[in-house]
Design a protein around this ligand. Structure first.
Ligand code: PEP
Ligand code: MG
Length: 324
């Protein structure tokens, strides 16, 4: 099976009726790049910049960050690399920047932290922009956006960093700026967010926890954490439609994208890019190549009308069995 999957590495990811889908990877370390490229990844949909911050005992300097980002951008060049700005708080802690809260997932995390500390944000964005000089394969992604002004302020800061660097003599293209859709308010404002940005990317790990009110790391309620819950599926479909109605591409970078069964539904919903851990890439490609978009859409329409997760699983399982 492994050999069979490996042979898919250079095949295009398209359905039997010719619908193409981009498969990208989620990364955090430069080491991830090797495996990703071996598996035929066409881009990075989520580079988690927290990882290089976690490996140190203090905030990395602008130059230290520039070097780490440069390695990522070079490793994947000419493919696009989507770098998410620092997403700490919630379940992601920095030992040298403790955040003590009773309700961390509803507290100070992601963009909320960096907008309160523009000096951290600006240093990071400057490092990303500098790293992209001569390559221009950078995309910037903003985590935990829950209201339009957060996007606008972040964009203003990015433009400020960009203009500073232009004045300092750097020759860089302005990168596309995207918004993570991972809280319910962003789902309901997906159209407005898409209109004001260059792309959307769904963080289904957090979106599931916030739609279902289930802590993503609490084992006691783990049975209730279900990304194939009809409410989550409908939210995903709405985000795709909202983004496309503004002519903007939409990707998904939560764990769900790497689940072959779910990937079928996500493709049928119209996601342009599925971004996943490199280990799942060939499995997902193999499933996409085995079905037609027409059949996948039919299955999706059926599934979106189901009342509960159990029926979603049962329907998907039956469809897989039938397809062999
Ligand atoms: C997500 O929330 O789905 C996501 C991709 O980001 P993270 O898992 O890093 O919060
Ligand atoms: Mg998230």
């Amino acid at each position: 099976v492994v050999r069979m999957l490996e042979s898919l590495k250079d095949e295009v990811c398209e359905t039997t009726d010719g619908h193409k889908l981009e498969l990208w990877v989620n990364t955090g370390l430069v080491a991830d790049a090797m495996l990703s490229l071996e598996r035929g990844a066409e881009g990075v949909g989520l580079y988690r910049t927290e990882i290089p911050f976690m490996l140190r005992d203090r905030f990395p300097s602008e130059e230290e960050q520039r070097q780490v980002y440069r390695e990522q951008l070079e490793a994947f060049f000419p493919h696009p690399v989507t770098m998410r700005t620092l997403d700490i708080g919630g379940d992601k802690a920095l030992p040298y920047f403790p955040i003590e809260e009773e309700n961390p997932f509803l507290g100070w995390r992601g963009i909320r932290v960096t907008l309160d500390h523009p000096e951290i944000f600006l240093v990071q964005v400057r490092a990303m922009l500098k790293a992209s000089e001569g390559l221009n394969n950078l995309r910037i992604l903003l985590p935990m956006i829950s209201a339009i002004p957060e996007l606008e302020i972040a964009q203003m800061l990015i433009v400020r960093a960009y203009e500073e660097l232009m004045e300092e003599g750097y020759l860089i293209d302005m990168p596309p700026i995207g918004v993570m859709i991972e809280v319910p308010s962003a789902v309901y404002q997906a159209k407005e967010l898409a209109a004001r940005s260059d792309f959307l990317s769904v963080g289904s790990n957090d979106l599931t926890q916030y739609i279902l009110a289930v802590d993503r790391n609490n084992t006691r309620v783990a049975d209730l954490y279900r990304s194939l819950h009809p409410a989550v599926l409908r939210a995903l479909k709405d985000v795709v439609d909202a983004s496309h109605s503004e002519g903007k591409p939409v990707s998904i970078c939560g764990e769900l994208a790497g689940d072959p069964t779910a990937a079928l539904l996500l493709m049928a919903m119209g996601f342009d890019v599925l971004s996943m851990s490199a280990t799942n890439l060939l499995k997902v490609k193999s499933v996409i190549r085995s079905i037609s978009l027409t059949d996948a859409r039919e299955l999706m329409t059926t599934v979106l009308a189901l009342p509960d997760t159990e029926s979603v699983y049962a329907t998907m399982e039956a469809a897989f069995k039938e397809a062999g």
